[in-house]
Design a protein. Structure first.
Length: 384
């Protein structure tokens, strides 16, 4: 495939024969050309006896396409938006999202503010390509950004760039071939039991209760913040019915579930005692335990616990594994369950995963030797 002497975007010429490019001028085979037509579709033509004829045809197609009304409109859009800063383009794009609900709009604004604008606010729109997007994902991974936040940021960036791609700013899709953020089991850092014991006493009583709920019942951060004594439906069962939404700071339905849906999780005696002790010490508001320190009529916001976790990490008062995040407490619950031989189907249900495939992909590495263990059990059955 040769593009020597051709204007960028004009296309290329080539031969489909056994001869190297250095011998094309002397071999008898015909040239072919490849280019994108006015609709952006890749097109091939054949039957050109010489390079000069192939180049001439490419030039004809290129100039016809460039001078067409459609190309002129595209050139005008590129001139208008190509040099526009990402911050300005995103603000204009956001105005067109009026169909989104209030909570979704707040999530969009939060993702822009916390992730996209700090990374790309001053970048010109015409300079994006797949390498820029891949570097952004890698930076989020290095900075320890949670998988959910990484995914939200990538999806929003992809949506904005595809909007620009439809305007004609890019010849190629700038996110084509980019692998979205994915959970890497090797990056799941789980505390040991000794480390967990230190974590569960390192913060104030509210933080310690959240740590108990995440490690003992497998609750997500927001679900732990919505703890309610009325949801203890049996001595060993807690019913998870809602979460504190990180964006709206209000109670909301569970992740992947409709309003009113719930899941029951095992309630270890230690965790039940921690809930009851907190309720006896601080009281409840309509059964809720964790309240906003500045206004007890409101739920406790995520940042109250997150700030304590960062302080604990900085202080060094607890020996923590390298790279561990607060979500590692929920990983401990899964590890504890699987290590005790509890079926992964049960673990998936208790953790509120959308499908068992998610649980298996995430925690398969926590079951070392499971095939060997299964072989021994099967052997006992065969010998009976």
């Amino acid at each position: 495939m040769a593009t020597t002497g051709l204007t960028r975007g004009m296309g290329s010429f080539f031969k489909e024969c056994e001869h190297p490019e250095s011998r094309w001028t002397r071999c008898p085979h015909e040239y072919k050309i490849r280019y994108r037509n006015a609709a952006g579709q890749q097109t091939e033509e054949s039957g050109f006896a010489t390079q000069e004829k192939a180049r001439t045809r490419l030039a004809e197609v290129y100039h016809a396409r460039k001078n067409s009304p459609q190309s002129q409109r595209k050139a005008e859009r590129i001139q208008k938006y190509g040099g526009m800063r990402f911050s300005a383009y995103a603000a204009e794009w956001l105005k067109g999202q009026r169909h989104q609900g209030p909570a979704s709009l707040r999530m969009l604004e939060s993702t822009l503010k916390n992730h996209l604008l700090p990374a790309f606010g001053s970048r010109r729109m015409g300079t994006f390509d797949h390498k820029v997007v891949e570097a952004f994902i890698e930076t989020m991974e290095r900075n320890g950004v949670g998988l959910a936040a990484q995914t939200h940021a990538f999806v929003r960036l992809k949506t904005i760039l595809l909007d620009a791609h439809r305007l004609g700013l890019y010849e190629d899709n700038p996110v084509d071939g980019v692998q979205p953020p994915q959970y890497d089991p090797k990056r799941a850092v789980i505390p040991s039991l000794a480390q967990l014991q230190g974590i569960r006493t390192a913060g104030d009583d509210a933080f310690n209760l959240v740590a108990e709920l995440m490690s003992g019942c497998g609750l997500r951060n927001g679900e732990a913040l919505a703890i309610n004594v009325d949801n203890i439906v049996a001595d060993d069962v807690y019913r998870v019915t809602e979460q504190v939404n990180q964006t709206t700071k209000t109670y909301a339905s569970l992740k992947h579930r409709k309003a009113g849906e719930y899941r029951d999780v095992p309630l270890p005696a230690r965790t039940k005692q921690a809930i009851e002790h907190y309720a006896d010490t601080y009281g409840t508001v309509e059964g809720y335990l964790l309240r906003n320190p500045k206004d007890i009529t409101l739920p406790m916001p995520h940042h109250t616990v997150d700030n304590q976790w960062r302080r604990i990490r900085r202080s060094g008062q607890v020996h923590l594994p390298e790279g561990m995040v607060l979500y590692g407490l929920r990983h401990f619950f899964a590890s504890n369950c699987l290590g005790q031989g509890i079926p992964i189907t049960d673990v998936a249900e208790w953790m509120g995963h959308r499908s068992i495939e998610i649980t298996f992909k995430t925690y398969r590495h926590l079951m070392p030797g499971s095939i060997g263990k299964a072989a021994k059990i099967l052997d006992l059955g065969l010998a009976a």
